[in-house]
Design a protein around this ligand. Sequence first.
Ligand SMILES: [Zn+2]
Length: 200
Amino acid sequence: MGAALTALLAGPASAQAVPKKVQQLHQKLLTLDSHMDTPASLDLPGWSIEEEHDVHLDYTQVDLPRMKKGGLDGGFWAIYTSQGPLTVEGFHKARDFAILRGVSIRQMVAADPANFALALEAKDAAPIAAAGKRVVYMSIENAYPLGEDVSLLQTFTIWACGWWALPISRTTSLPTVRPTRRKSRVMAGLVRWARNCSRR
Ligand SMILES: [Zn+2]
């Protein structure tokens, strides 16, 4: 474990050995990360996306200076909500958490329009990157914030969350699915929920 972690943390240093030709090609390409957990960093006390941080010190991997250095044009900034109890109170807390995390992403873009731009559709990414800005697609990771209110699917979509990872593991929720070991009941909940979504 210790050796593996050391090797992992040594990654950025070895990346400097990438041939120049490959680096140039990488810089030319539109490079998007499909799963950025960086929004969690935005709410860390005293942490700024504008400053360069060190993965060895705070475990964060992405900030504006490192995106520029590494040639990362942007990606899908995840609103990840940890799973909690499947209760009305739990659903409301998750909903509020996700909305506030989304506000943090929006604030990041609004605070530095010279470097960040919100992308709403697939065609938005290339022009944003060509303008030298970082592409910000908002995404949802885990359906927990939706609770049992399917209408929130549309609310978050209107709010620019265009990419969803609803069930991310067998322990995370989908509405109407109750904690149970009975597979058939879980599947029934999934089907019912999917049907409700497709009606919207
Ligand atoms: Zn994630």
